[in-house]
Ligand binder design. Structure first.
Ligand SMILES: Nc1ncnc2c1ncn2[C@@H]1O[C@H](COP(=O)(O)OP(=O)(O)OP(=O)(O)O)[C@@H](O)[C@H]1O
Length: 249
């Protein structure tokens, strides 16, 4: 398994953001990580990418424990955070070159060219990042994440801020990357899940309420749209059932 999470808990002071979640993810699939605001998606991603430590439980990426071997974890992961920090004063190509240098990437110019094409940054490559629109900045973030060709990609709301044309391109890129890599993507957009994900984990109030192949989830609720399934599983008042009762764990 590329990603293995076992009984992971995160407390922020008295608030429990993650309450003993466990899941696994493997290469060749795109895993959609869904949940309402404040469910714990970003917290999970930040733990997996070694930005914050868990309170208890275990998480490993490609066999490397996030606490014991954070440098190894970071080496195998590409991460696009929700609020993606970028070097606004740098030119696009300059920033990508900088990332190449950090990762000691061979064939630097070739790889930058390849990634610029993949992320559709051709027309913007000579601009300063600070001069780019929100959508293009998002593309730079994605370009930076995939530049070292990581085995695992963790993408926190990767299409936020993109216009519909850009969304289509980025989704197809994510699908392509997901054929060989382990991709975890967090999103609120159900169409995105339908378009990109093979497997979904739905998290609610720090607990996993569904962990299922997307097709299996659909067949369990044949009359419901994915949106409706999501609402059912994350709001126990709706339809009067919770995810646990629905047996989707
Ligand atoms: N640094 C922090 N200090 C205190 N509480 C935090 C901190 N970061 C997150 N939380 C809380 O932990 C819970 C989970 O937050 P998290 O950002 O992981 O949710 P999320 O599922 O990513 O939400 P969203 O979809 O809104 O981005 C929320 O209640 C949030 O307020």
């Amino acid at each position: 398994m590329s990603i293995s999470v076992s009984n992971l808990t995160k407390d922020y002071g008295k608030h429990t953001a993650l309450n003993g979640i466990s899941f696994e993810a493997s290469a060749g699939k795109v895993l959609g990580f869904l949940g309402p605001n404040g469910a714990g998606k970003s917290t999970t991603m930040k733990i997996l990418t070694c930005f914050i430590p868990q309170t208890s439980g275990k998480a490993s990426v490609c066999g490397f424990d996030v606490v014991e071997a954070p440098l190894d974890v970071r080496r195998v992961i590409g991460y696009l955070p929700e609020h993606n920090p970028l070097y606004l004063e740098m030119y696009v190509k300059e920033a990508l070159g900088f990332i190449c240098d950090i990762h000691k990437i061979a064939n630097k110019q070739e790889r930058i060219k390849e990634v610029i094409e993949l992320t559709g940054l051709d027309n913007e490559q000579f601009k300063k990042i600070g001069a780019l629109s929100k959508g293009y900045r998002q593309r730079v973030g994605l370009a930076q994440a995939i530049l070292p060709d990581p085995q695992v990609l963790i993408l926190d709301e990767p299409t936020s801020g993109l216009d519909p044309n850009q969304v289509v391109g980025i989704r197809s890129l994510i699908r392509k990357l997901g054929k060989t890599k382990t991709v975890i993507l967090s999103t609120h957009i159900m169409q995105e899940v339908e378009a990109v994900c093979d497997h979904v984990i739905i998290i609610n109030k720090g607990e996993i309420v569904a962990n299922s192949d997307l097709n299996d989830l659909r067949s369990k609720y044949p009359d419901k749209s994915l949106e409706k399934i999501f609402i059912t599983l994350t709001n126990s008042n709706q339809d009067g059932i919770s995810g646990r009762e629905a047996g989707l764990n």
